[in-house]
Design a protein around this ligand. Structure first.
Ligand code: AMP
Length: 215
């Protein structure tokens, strides 16, 4: 199964992608995670990407397309994957089709996780992430059992630099301008299912499963 998760920052794509990988046994491929790892490791890619990420801007297409091409050719992607945060622009979507065609594959389904914009700012500003395993929490709606520590691995929780309010607003604008057009693009290709992204993680996960069963 090759699934694309579309949706604005804070819609819960990462959380749903993680749940799906457990269920479908295919990896989550998140360009955001790959880029953050490169920044943390201080690699050339990380140095290039950091200034874009800190501003909430998109990293240039050719950079992320290169990352994805390399990642999707790895053996663990042979049976499929959940793409989380890629594609984000029309040229990226077209590049994805080209890469898949060269691998004699195609996208099986695109889920657009939809949440009203006013909810997103609140979700993102309260979001905390585990340094150890990447698990997500929210200070109000999904707090950890022990303040500042991950329930699963006891790692320290932190706030992403780009989850500050001003940057959040910029990221939402970028989503509207550059990524939202992909919803219509994939709809035209007959691949799109819209998912109501409001409610609990469990409720959204059930909608995701229902949508995939119907594909
Ligand atoms: P995310 O974790 O998906 O919200 O991504 C965090 C940041 O990484 C984004 O705000 C962008 O700066 C960068 N990024 C992640 N995926 C992409 C992509 N497909 N195209 C361009 N930039 C990306």
């Amino acid at each position: 199964m090759r699934i694309v998760l579309l949706g604005p920052p804070g819609a819960g794509k990462g959380t749903q992608a993680k749940l799906l990988t457990g269920r479908l046994g295919v990896p989550q491929v998140s360009t955001g995670d790959i880029l953050r790892q490169a920044v943390a490791n201080g690699t050339q890619l990380g140095r290039e990407a950091k200034s874009f990420m800190d501003r909430g801007a998109l990293v240039p297409d050719e950079v992320v397309i290169g990352i994805i091409e390399e990642r999707l050719r790895k053996p663990d992607c042979a049976q499929g994957y959940i793409l989380d945060g890629f594609p984000r622009t029309l040229p990226q979507a077209e590049a994805l089709s080209r890469v898949l065609a060269s691998l004699h594959a195609s996208v099986d389904g695109v889920l657009s996780v939809e949440v009203p914009e006013e909810d997103l700012v609140e979700r993102l500003a309260g979001r905390r992430v585990c340094r150890g395993c990447g698990n997500m929490y929210h200070v109000d709606t999904n707090p950890p059992l022990q303040a500042g520590r991950c329930n699963t691995c006891d790692g320290a929780l932190y706030q992403r630099d780009d989850d500050k309010e001003e940057t959040i607003r910029h990221r939402l604008r970028v989503y509207r301008d550059q990524t939202q057009p992909l919803v219509a693009y994939y709809d035209k290709m007959g691949l799109l299912t819209r998912i109501d992204g409001r409610g609990t993680i469990e409720e959204i996960s059930q909608r995701v499963h229902r949508a995939l069963r119907q594909r």
